[in-house]
Design a protein around this ligand. Structure first.
Ligand code: PCA
Length: 213
């Protein structure tokens, strides 16, 4: 049996739930293929402890593919991240009260790592089941970007493909505001399709979809 490690975050800021964890926990144990199983785990929203947790999970589970997910406040769709940058710049404190500003994730590390997931194929597959998805060109500069960078750094050259997906708020988190959201069932279905497409697609498809600015 091979393992796909799928991670979501604990709640942060003012929120009592994090849709990334609520969604991935529903996919724990799901059989992607006869010999491939999703294992879902939660990550702490803390700059100082999340890296150790991430590496611990990779060492314990020896996954064949790793995808981390997080809430992207303001995102309106399943956002497949292209690139992690070597910058921490927190607008708000994390769950341990830390707020790094303009520091490196890894001192002297490369400026950025690209995802090793087939992002265009994943977007295409999610859209094909009628769920909104797009490639995102930035995972921000908070804990999610840090985890994404550490993940790509840890697995660089290993042959284990990895990446990051941001998901929108749940409708109940933004009721009474104009902020976009996605129903939990839709997020779960979108993530499952994205993960399956990532598993099955070794060479990404070529499809226009970038941004002018
Ligand atoms: N989203 C935050 C951190 C945890 C989460 O779910 C982010 O985008 O950095």
């Amino acid at each position: 049996m091979q393992t796909v490690l799928l991670m979501g975050f604990e709640p942060f800021d003012q929120d009592l739930v994090n849709p990334s964890w609520e969604a991935v926990r529903q996919l724990d144990g799901v059989q992607l293929e006869p010999d491939v199983q999703i294992v879902a785990r939660q990550l702490p929203c803390a700059f100082s402890s999340v890296g150790e947790c991430l590496i611990g999970l990779v060492e314990e589970l020896r996954p064949a593919m790793v995808i981390a997910t997080g809430l992207g406040p303001g995102r309106s769709d399943i956002s497949i991240e292209r690139v992690a940058i070597n910058v921490n710049d927190a607008r708000i404190p994390d769950n341990l009260g830390e707020q790094p500003v303009d520091t490196a994730v890894i001192a002297d590390g490369p400026a950025a790592y690209f995802t090793t997931l087939p992002i265009k194929a994943m977007v295409k597959a999610v859209r094909e089941v009628g769920i909104a998805a797009s490639v995102s060109q930035t995972a921000g500069t908070f804990v999610c970007n840090q985890v994404f960078y550490l993940l790509q750094h840890a697995l660089a050259g290993s042959g284990v493909r990895s990446g990051f997906i941001h998901v929108p708020f749940l409708p109940e988190q933004v009721a009474g505001t104009q902020r976009p959201s996605m129903a939990l069932g839709t997020t779960v279905a979108g993530l499952q399709v994205a993960v399956l497409a990532a598993w099955r697609t070794l060479a990404d498809v070529k499809e226009a979809g970038g941004q002018v600015s």
